[in-house]
Structure formats: structure tokens, C-alpha cells
Design a protein around this ligand. Sequence first.
Ligand SMILES: [Zn+2]
Length: 407
Amino acid sequence: MSTKHCQLLIHGAAEVVSWDPQAPTNADSVVVHDGKIAAVGVEQELRKTWQPFGEINAFGGVIAPGFVDGHVHPVFAVGRAEEFDWRAQGVDYLEIAARGGGILSSVRNVREANPEDLFDTVCAHLRRMRHHGTTSMEGKSGYGLSTEDELKSLQILARAGDAVGMEVFPTFLGAHMFPEEYRDNQEAYMDLLCKEMLPAVKEQGIARAADIFIEQGAFNVEQARRYCERAIELGFKLRIHADQFHQIGGVELAVELGAECVDHLEVLSDSGLEAMALSGKTYAGLLPSVPHFLRQKEDAPARKLLQAGVPYFIATDFNPGSSYTPSLPEAAHFGRIRLNLTAAEVMHGVTLGAASSLGIDNRKGHLRPGADADLVVLALPDLFHFGYAFGENPVSQVVCKGDVVRF
Ligand SMILES: [Zn+2]
């Protein structure tokens, strides 16, 4: 039988998580060609058909789809370690925000940052994420909160994705918080968002979705409805922050407006859960490292959501104030501890679940033939070990669109 050349053969795995029911259950290898997955199977069989130019030995590890992070705030200039100390002394997240810390302190830093320095910082964030296996991601603005600084943030995010070689799916989050200069004139900021910022972002084509933080101290449901309806009118998808600390109707609104996802859900009510289950379309964005980081007692009712058939993903929510980790394996660990999910469930959450929430599951989140060749090799003996250890990076190799990433 004649053989065909292919770009890459990754072989020697104990297990391949492909999310492809057609793939052989004893698969140990993956063939990559032209930046796409060509085949998943048993090495001996694959070598009869394929002659690889390059090879990677998985050394008895697990091959999985490249991780997709569905909720990230990567456009920030500096961390907020000082607040972390305040929190240790008992000051809570909303109190820190009321003191002018929190999101607004990141806003001041982004506004003051030299664009080239900010670009370098965002590239560094993306590289840290990829080092932990993330090969594509949603990325939000939201630390600019003026037309100029939000556009600057989204432009820098797009450039950083290109420079690092990571596909970024951008979300406009001008409604993250009311900026200081509009604190006493919320109506004027709502006008700015709806009449100037959303249309400007649309015109530049630099975000696919719009997001809003629906919470006490941020945006109320009435304001959110106005913003979201305007965003829909302009053709944006919706990805929404709600039910993190207080139930104020954000989940119900997100479902009513057909949002792609509603994220956090630590204080989700039974009626909110029912609304999500009935819709079956709005994904639950589970961010289990956040309550850990904020020392919050409540967790999203993940088991109930899954039992009700609500689609879901697991994300890092990487940001300087409430989840300072670029690592999806770490988020998966918190998913197993705090959300009581299994290894297979958290793996689904950081791969196919996240890709589906972004509407990119035709080519990402799995290793079916024709998918983008985004994959990771994990130094784990089997899938059951995913999210088991913490504080160490299980990712030993990353392949992004067929290219082997060198760390
Ligand atoms: Zn967030």
C-alpha cells in the first residue's frame, strides 16, 4: 500500500481524548496534515498510510484537544497584589471596588499604559495561557471604559493574538463597571455605550460579542436590557456576567435575549436554573477558580446544571482581581474540587464545551478529522488524572494549528 506524506505524527499516548465516537478506543496516535487533524488511531495502522515529516513521542501521556478558554480578561497592564492583602484582612470584593480599587484601578492602569508596553504585556499573558495548553480563547476588553481606551484594548488584543499565533475571539466589555467620571451620571454612560461605543466597535469589526457585568454596584437589569438590545441590533452575540454575588435577574435576562452564555452563577436561583434548562441554548460559563480566589462560600450548582441538560464550559476568568491564573488545568482542578465534576466532565468543559459556546465546534475543541490541529500532550497516565494534581503544569507539548509550540 502506498503511503502519503503528512506534517506530523504524535504517537505513544496511553489515551487519546478526541471526542470522536468514530475513533478507535485503543487509539494512541494522531496524524496532522496541512494544519488539520487527518486521523486518530493506532500507530502501527496509521504508519501504513502516513509518512510523517515530524514526530512527537507522547511518552505514555494523554493527547487531548488544545484547550479553549471561554472567559478571559487579558487586556490589563499590572496585577493587583496589594488588594489581595486587603482581602486577607477581611475586605470583600465589592468593598474594594467601592474604595476605588478593583476593576477601576485596572482601568486607570490601562488608560495610562503606553500602547506598546500594553501590547507586550498582553502577549505575555497569552503566552502564559498557551504554556498551560490554551490554543484558542475568548478575550474581553473592559479595562478602558472610554471609547478610545476600549478600542485601543480590542486592537491590542487582536495584534497580540496574531503575534503569539493564538486565535482570539474578542468580546467588547465596555459595560464592566461605571467609570469614575460617570459614577454620578450613569445615564450619560449608558448613552455613551449604546450610541457611541457599541457602534464604533461594530464599525471597526473588532469584537464578535458584547458582555455586561450585571451585579449590585455594576449594572442593573434595566440598564443591561438597554445595552444588550442595542448590541443585538448591531449584530453582536451576547456573553454575560451574572449571579456572581446577588440574584438581580441577570440570568433570566440573558436567557430571554438568547445570550450565548451566562457566566459565574455562584448564587444562581432555582428559577434561573429552570430558565436555563428550558432554553437549552444559553451555556453556563463555570469559573470555579473565582470563588476560590475571592474566598467566596458559594459555588455554581454545576451538578444540577448538568443534570438539567444545560450546556456548559469551564474557563479561567484570568484577570488581576478575581482569578489570577492563566491555567485551564488549574481551573479544571477547581472544577473537580469545588463543582464536584469528574475528569471527563472538566475536560469537556475546557475543550468541546467552550468551543461550542463560541460556535467554533466545527473546527475546535475536538480531534475529529478536519478539525484545526490544536492539541496538547499531557504528562498524565490517563484522563482520570486530569485536574487531580494541582500546582503543577501537566502540559508537556502544545501544537497550535499544526505548529509545534516551543516554550
Ligand atoms: Zn469575568
